[in-house]
Design a binder for this molecule. Structure first.
Ligand SMILES: Nc1ncnc2c1ncn2[C@@H]1O[C@H](COP(=O)(O)OP(=O)(O)OP(=O)(O)O)[C@@H](O)[C@H]1O
Length: 266
């Protein structure tokens, strides 16, 4: 990938299944250092779009370039090794320590290969990430005893261990209580300092879950684009009301968003 190339370039994309478009006429360009939010109601097509971005799916029509490589003309498995993916539903072997969970990111697997030993450089990277994610005191704790919040942070460290240029987050705050959610959002904000060139795309249904550092947003509903661009331009009450099919008022205080129903009761 060259310096001025987009990290992600989706052009006029459709994904069709059983004759039905799950996505249609979707376009977006994500550049290094941008933090995107991908918003929309249930069934909008967010996971389908994220699968395209993560080189896990080909478009039916249109073109997708990920890290400068066009899907369909590149080894998808190789490309995926350059993309970090945080999915709270990832399967992880319960007996692995936090440090080993992070190292599984090098193999994109639920477990470490038998008799495999990390290089010194890999160990140093994993320990540094464990520290950056605030998990040093839990580095030897087993996955099965971690809290949901600790798991969320371990999964981010795991996704970063290959030093990807693109990080995809699929509803990373799922199942977290308020404090754990806020800690995770702080961590995502700190990525701007830790890895300033890293581009991120985070799927969520909830505006409250957008880190204050979010730079851009893309809103879809029914597989179609409703808004896309810098977050201040893309998000407003009208767009969110149309996306979710309900009158909603959105507000922003200290960089964080909130949403409330604007429907009259009674
Ligand atoms: N392989 C498939 N074949 C047919 N339909 C599919 C397939 N995958 C997804 N769909 C449908 O496509 C639509 C979009 O699904 P997708 O999972 O991308 O939405 P989403 O925005 O991520 O939803 P949610 O917020 O509920 O996770 C849904 O109606 C879903 O049922």
């Amino acid at each position: 990938m060259t310096g001025d190339q987009a990290v992600l370039e989706v052009r006029d994309v459709a994904v069709v299944r059983q004759g039905r478009p799950l996505l249609d006429e979707i376009g977006v360009e994500v550049r290094a250092g941008e933090q995107w939010a991908l918003l929309g109601p249930n069934g909008a097509g967010k996971s389908t779009l994220l699968a395209l971005c993560g080189a896990r799916l080909h478009p039916t029509r249109g073109t997708v370039h990920v890290l400068g490589h066009r899907l369909g003309r590149v080894d998808m498995r190789w490309l995926r090794t350059h993309i970090g993916h945080v999915d709270p539903r990832s399967r992880i072997e319960p007996y692995l320590s936090v440090r080993d969970v992070v190292l599984t990111g090098l193999h994109a697997a639920a477990d470490l290969p038998k008799r495999w030993q990390p290089t010194d450089a890999a160990s140093v990277t994993a320990d540094a990430l464990v520290g950056s994610l605030g998990l040093t005191a839990r580095a030897d704790a087993r996955w099965e005893v971690l809290s949901q919040g600790e798991r969320g942070r371990a999964l981010i460290a795991r996704a970063l261990v290959t030093r990807p240029d693109l990080l995809l987050l699929d509803e990373p705050t799922t199942g977290l209580d308020l404090a754990a959610r806020e800690i995770l959002l702080d961590v995502l904000g700190e990525l701007r300092v830790l890895r300033p060139e890293l581009a991120t795309v985070m799927v969520t249904h909830h505006l409250e879950e957008l880190p204050a550092t979010t730079t851009h947003a893309l809103v879809i509903a029914g597989g179609r684009l409703l808004a896309s661009g810098p977050v201040e331009d893309a998000l407003d009450s009208d767009v969110i009301s149309r996306a979710f099919g309900h009158p909603i008022r959105i507000d922003r205080v200290n960089g964080r968003w909130s949403a409330t129903s604007a429907a009259r009761v009674g």
